[in-house]
Design a protein around this ligand. Structure first.
Ligand SMILES: Nc1ncnc2c1ncn2[C@@H]1O[C@H](COP(=O)(O)OP(=O)(O)OP(=O)(O)O)[C@@H](O)[C@H]1O
Ligand SMILES: [Mg+2]
Length: 430
């Protein structure tokens, strides 16, 4: 008895405080020794239809927890701002403690389910580009009514000191889209179509909007090979009229399959950017490129080789990379007359980006050696180190979903920081 309560008082070494909220599928505990954080404990329970249908399902908490952790690790690695911190044992995780925005943010790539009922005439499978976005007020008793943007703003939700207005709605709508697209791309690489999904947001004690709650097999429709008959999500459970133990076993097997697939969803990058500098005196410029590559999650190597003074060596470096079978983008950094980029470009099928370290006093002369290249060469030229890294990352993003996600979220974060800067300056002016 005493042992039991001690066990309950600690989860994975975290001392539990008060039970803050208990919902249908999880409990949220305060963590008195970790201010700003909370522990979310999953239950072995599956529910549907606002809780009208509900079953105990042994092992569900662990599968859901594993699924959620993997999804949020993918989102965090892409640079999205989320409440997920880390796993805490098999059935719990640590999150930033939030006041929750009581809205479900739904994104749909294909029309199906409730959308069809609300939009008679639209055929199942209608494809939205960009994805369709909808919002629903979280209100089980009234079956989560659909809300317009105006209704959300009119509600003036105040959460951890932040009032949800137009700016916040714009930010959450954009974040929702990025979450969907990142996960859609990741699943596509495993041959699965993400059809639609819902997420929730919270506001942490710093007033920051974070993707919160959980994302698991209850959050989306997932059709392997884009085939509805192969669905692996909770819709299988929703569709059951009478639920037998065999049905529950099938649902659990599907959820396990999803959790297993997620382990392979964000593979380590299998590509490289090689920054070749004509002289070691260009290394400052090259290190800036390497730093930007690192920030985008793109592996980068620096090499020194002069195409003018060591042509054979330059070609042997190219041969080494071609022989390795790696996916390589070369960035050529050569001052004065850039022979390096054009020589690389004429001797490899890998993409070559010139990024000459031009100075204000010589740019008009030197840049021409990178631009006015012989016919038959397809090297491109950028001037700034960040642009070189971004251009290389965009090439790799064509085959690497993790790099694609970083770029996608970078675009989102640019939008969010401009929006927040605009809000700040507007408020200053008052
Ligand atoms: N990071 C967080 N900080 C604080 N509360 C959170 C966090 N993430 C989720 N919650 C809240 O935990 C509660 C319990 O989750 P659960 O999903 O079991 O609720 P529920 O019964 O499904 O109700 P709901 O319809 O609100 O989701 C929810 O109210 C949810 O908003
Ligand atoms: Mg919930």
């Amino acid at each position: 008895m005493i042992l039991d309560s001690i066990r309950r008082a600690y989860v994975a070494g975290y001392k539990l405080g008060n039970l803050l909220i208990e919902g249908k599928t999880k409990q949220v505990y305060d963590l008195p020794e970790n201010p700003g954080l909370a522990l979310l404990q999953s239950k072995d329970r599956i529910t549907a239809g606002d809780g009208l249908k509900a079953h105990d399902l042994a092992g569900k908490a662990a599968i859901s927890n594993r699924t959620n952790a993997k999804v949020f690790e993918i989102l965090n690695a892409a640079g999205l701002k989320t409440a997920f911190v880390k796993l805490a044992g098999e059935t719990a995780f640590i999150a930033r403690k939030c006041e929750m925005v009581p809205i479900e943010w739904v994104t749909r790539r294909l029309a199906t389910g409730s959308f069809l009922k609300r939009h008679p005439g639209v055929e199942e499978g209608y494809r939205f580009s960009p994805p369709c976005q909808e919002t629903f007020f979280k209100d089980d008793a009234n079956h989560d009514p659909q809300w317009s943007e105006a209704q959300i703003i009119a509600a003036k939700f105040k959460l951890n000191g932040l009032t949800i207005g137009q700016d916040e709605v714009d930010i959450m709508r954009r974040m929702t889209l990025a979450v969907f697209e990142v996960l859609e791309k990741a699943w596509a690489a495993r041959g699965c179509a993400l059809i639609d999904m819902k997420i929730e947001f919270g506001v942490d004690s710093n007033g920051e909007i974070l993707v919160s709650d959980i994302i698991d097999s209850d959050s989306w429709r997932l059709w392997p090979s884009g085939d509805k008959r192969l669905m692996k999500d909770k819709q299988v459970y929703r569709n059951l009229a009478n639920v037998t133990q065999a049905d529950l076993d099938t649902v659990k097997r599907n959820f396990e399959w999803v959790a297993e697939q997620l382990e392979h969803l964000a593979p380590a990058p299998n590509c490289l950017v090689v920054v070749l500098m004509g002289s070691p005196t260009d290394d400052e410029h090259c290190k800036k490129i390497a730093k930007c590559c690192k920030d985008l999650g793109v592996p980068c190597q620096l090499r020194v080789s002069s195409a003018h003074k060591g042509t054979e060596e330059t070609l042997s470096i190219v041969a080494d990379y071609e022989g390795s079978g790696a996916k390589v983008v070369f960035i050529a950094v050569a001052g004065r007359s850039n022979g390096l980029g054009p020589v690389l470009s004429g001797n490899t099928t890998y993409p070559v980006i010139n990024c000459p370290p031009v100075r204000a006093d010589n740019v008009t002369q030197d840049v021409w050696s990178s631009l006015n290249v012989p016919s038959g060469l397809g090297c491109t030229t950028v001037v700034y180190p960040e642009a070189a890294a971004l251009a290389a990352a965009q090439i790799h993003a064509l085959h690497d979903v993790v790099i694609w996600s970083r770029l996608r979220v970078k675009q989102l974060n640019n939008f969010v920081s401009l929006k927040l800067a605009d809000k700040k300056i507007r408020e200053l002016a008052l």
